[in-house]
Design a protein around this ligand. Structure first.
Ligand SMILES: Cc1cc2nc3c(=O)[nH]c(=O)nc-3n(C[C@H](O)[C@H](O)[C@H](O)COP(=O)(O)OP(=O)(O)OC[C@H]3O[C@@H](n4cnc5c(N)ncnc54)[C@H](O)[C@@H]3O)c2cc1C
Length: 376
């Protein structure tokens, strides 16, 4: 048996645990100082900008298309295993364009995607408003990506944990990893507040915590926080209830949240409202960098700008009540491109699956597959 320890149980650690749980001969333990899906994953909107992203070749595109493909089977697979529902929006992503050049670029991208076996549609302003009458009429048109998706990151992570547990993975929550070392025999030593552990392969999927962990190995991988704030509007009726894609433009996402049955925390009164065509929408996110002194504090003015932009896109949002507001820290590599996936330089037994910055939910399946390949 090969002993594998994964540090971190956000989307990346949980997805990696589930993927590795399908490999024979591995005994897997996941350690996290918190319960699952608390850090960046708990704050994410789960929008997966895959086919609609501007990436057309190389690693960035391969990771995206691998993930989009895998999500298509993964969600059903997890729902069957866990007998639960994971809110997963299959109605695509609609990117609104304010200028004709954006639509022209969209046309070029659509041709590339066609040659790659994917679909993108270019909509003029009339078509856009006929599908989405709730949007402002200031848009020149839109690029519609029917194969992109949005998922509830917290529900996804919990389902991955349950499915991995069913395949024999052990989870230790509330355990803080304080230091790492390697022994002469190549084994990894993990010092925790609950005692020391050893393993043959270590996967660091600790998001922002990866910096301190790699520092203890004298091989610092510098991951810095980029803050994102978001807000949930409740009880609004936006457009056609049969067509509710995630909407994006100018770095703002407007995300219809789940359906009634899938959102178990909805109360009965909310479910009744839903049948009248009302639902909730996540709107985000700000992109806030640390100050020169390294401080990072959510600035309410930045969230206000996001809210104003969202209402300008979709005026009826102003009628909604703000149900909650939150923020989270995205793990962004300081020098390397995001994400960092693969062997720790000079150490074959330590793998990095970290620094996913703004796309960790999207890129989780491709990351997990890459780690599986490296370990196998
Ligand atoms: C507001 C916001 C919106 C976002 N929207 C999207 C989106 O729409 N689509 C998308 O794809 N991505 C989005 N992201 C980005 C996404 O959230 C991240 O890329 C992703 O969650 C990273 O997952 P992770 O598992 O690597 O890290 P995390 O979720 O941060 O998990 C890391 C885990 O490691 C644990 N840990 C750290 N150090 C230690 C230690 N020493 N000992 C034990 N445990 C430790 C932590 O407790 C934590 O649970 C968004 C992020 C934010 C903040």
């Amino acid at each position: 048996m090969t002993l594998v320890i994964i540090i971190g149980c956000g989307a990346i650690g949980a997805m990696t645990a589930y993927e590795l749980s399908q490999v024979q001969g591995l005994q897997i333990t996941v350690i996290d100082k918190q319960p699952p899906a608390q850090a960046a994953t708990g704050a994410a909107l789960g929008v997966m900008m895959g086919i609609i992203s501007g990436k057309v070749k190389g690693r960035a595109w391969e990771l995206r298309q691998t993930s989009i493909r895998r999500y298509e089977t993964l969600i059903t697979e997890l729902e069957e295993i866990t007998q639960g529902q994971i809110p997963f929006n299959r109605q695509g992503i609609l990117k609104l364009c304010t200028e004709s050049e954006e639509l022209e670029k969209g046309q070029q991208l659509a041709e590339i995607r066609r040659s790659q076996g994917w679909q993108l549609e270019i909509w003029d302003a009339d078509r856009l408003l006929s599908h989405c009458p709730h949007l402002s009429d200031r848009f020149y048109g839109a690029i519609y990506s029917p194969q992109d998706r949005q998922v509830d990151p917290t529900a996804l992570t919990h389902a991955l944990v349950t499915a991995a547990q069913g395949n024999g993975v052990t989870f230790k929550f509330g355990v803080n990893v304080e230091g790492l070392a390697t022994s002469d025999g190549g084994r990894c030593l993990i010092q925790t507040n609950a005692g020391n552990m050893k393993c043959d392969r270590l996967v660091i999927a600790a998001g922002l915590g990866s910096t301190e962990l790699t520092k203890s190995l004298q091989k610092t991988i510098d991951i810095r926080p980029v803050l994102g704030q978001a807000v949930e509007y409740g009880g609004v009726s936006l457009g056609n209830q049969e067509f509710q894609p995630a909407i994006t433009t100018d770095d703002i996402h407007i995300v219809p949240v789940g359906d009634c049955a899938a959102r178990t925390r909805l109360r009965l009164r909310d479910c009744a409202a839903r049948t009248l065509g009302e639902r909730n929408y996540w709107v985000g996110s700000t992109v806030e960098f640390p100050t020169a002194t390294g401080e990072i504090v959510a600035d309410p003015r930045n969230l206000q700008v996001v809210k104003e932009k969202a209402i300008a896109i979709c005026p009826a949002l102003a009628d909604g009540a703000i149900v909650k507001q939150w923020s989270g820290l995205r793990p962004r590599p300081e020098v390397a491109p995001a994400p960092i996936i693969g062997h720790m330089p000079g150490d074959d037994n330590i793998l990095l699956a970290t620094g996913h910055y703004r796309n960790g939910i999207l890129l989780a399946p491709a990351t997990a597959q890459a780690i599986r390949k490296a370990i196998a």
